[in-house]
Design a protein around this ligand. Structure first.
Ligand code: FO1
Length: 317
């Protein structure tokens, strides 16, 4: 069994690749919930939904969030009414949010609600929120104002400089049921190519997770979300620079060196392999851009090989 630590789109693609290679019951995914927020009174869990919809084959791959074939009647009417529509919830996606919020208000924990939704959507792999407790990523803009993560990411199109990030509630948060057990039984732990600061950072900050991985870093493999100094999607490259680092695989290695023995980097970053090793991670070079299912599968194989994880499905011809 392997455990994957996951944020949004990059992680979802990696997981789709892993699901081509391993039986679904051998994959447990621990998902960031720091991006969660209440919008229109509904509990939004963007990373959980991106992973869930992708593994169910329902995601809109172009947009990177929400459902394919979505309609927007509710948002259009809300706009006519003068309501706020900067965060767009499609008509079908709204049903997911009504279900989640309804069950949470009945007292069901997020891990339980996630399991229910995943089962209804036919997602075979296990999805665990990092915690059932409330953790909210807060972003300090260079103006000094502090805003919620979705305000920064969606409302401001992450087009503003930042000076700090913090995870409100992290000190009181405990790992969701199954998180530490999955890590304890994992033959390998994969840190998906997600934003190291705001997607993987909150998971590592949950009590016990960083210390556990540090003790088992030999079986932890991270995949760089930066390729030739750029994030394929989202602001990871700019965030690393604005927070005092650099946009490179070497910076990713510095961020993960205490928890991951190996960092998988793209072929275009091959020349930085020695610097990655100097920063504390063994460097493994692979094709890290996932354009389609095939390239995601090949990357998954490279990552499992880097972890020394034995799997039995035959390789591609
Ligand atoms: N991202 C946007 O850029 N605009 C949106 O209107 C938007 C709506 C949305 C609704 C549900 C959902 O699960 C995700 C949504 N996202 C939207 C994506 C999301 O906010 C971010 O991509 C993640 O938080 C970053 O991982």
């Amino acid at each position: 069994m392997i455990v994957a630590l996951a944020g949004g789109v990059g992680a979802a693609r990696m997981l789709r690749g892993l699901a081509q290679v391993l039986p679904a019951e051998d994959i447990v995914t621990i998902v960031n919930t720091g991006d969660d927020e209440m919008i229109h009174g509904l509990h939004v869990s963007p990373d959980l939904d991106t992973v869930m919809y992708t593994l169910a084959g329902l995601a809109d791959d172009q947009r990177g969030w929400g459902l394919a074939g979505e309609t927007w009647n509710v948002m259009e009417y809300l706009e006519e009414l003068g309501g706020e529509t900067w965060f767009r919830l499609g008509d079908k996606d709204l049903a997911t949010h009504l279900y989640r919020t309804g069950r949470l208000s009945q007292g069901a924990p997020l891990s339980q609600v996630t399991a229910e939704l995943a089962a209804r959507l036919g997602v075979p792999a296990r999805l665990l929120p990092m915690t059932d407790d409330e953790v909210r990523t807060r972003v300090r803009l260079s103006s000094g104002e502090e805003v919620s993560f979705q305000h920064y990411f969606v409302r401001l199109s992450h087009d503003v400089a930042i000076s700090a990030v913090r995870f409100h509630g992290i000190d009181e948060a405990r790992p969701a049921p199954g998180v530490m057990e999955a890590l304890a039984h994992a033959g390998a732990v994969i840190i998906c190519p997600s934003n190291p600061v705001v997607s993987i950072g909150p998971i590592l900050a949950i009590e016990g997770v960083r210390a556990f991985l540090a003790d088992h870093r030999g079986r932890v493999v991270a995949v760089s979300p930066l390729i030739a100094g750029k994030a394929l999607k989202g602001p990871a490259d700019r965030m690393l620079v604005e927070l005092g680092g650099e946009a490179s695989v070497v910076e990713v290695a510095r961020t993960y060196a205490d928890v991951a023995g190996t960092l998988v980097i793209d072929e275009t970053d091959r020349e930085q392999a020695d610097l990655v090793e100097g920063a504390g991670c063994r460097a493994v070079v692979a094709r890290a851009v996932m354009h389609d299912l095939r390239s995601a599968e090949l990357l998954a194989r490279a990552v499992l090989d880097a972890a020394g994880y034995a799997y039995s499905t035959p390789g591609p011809r």
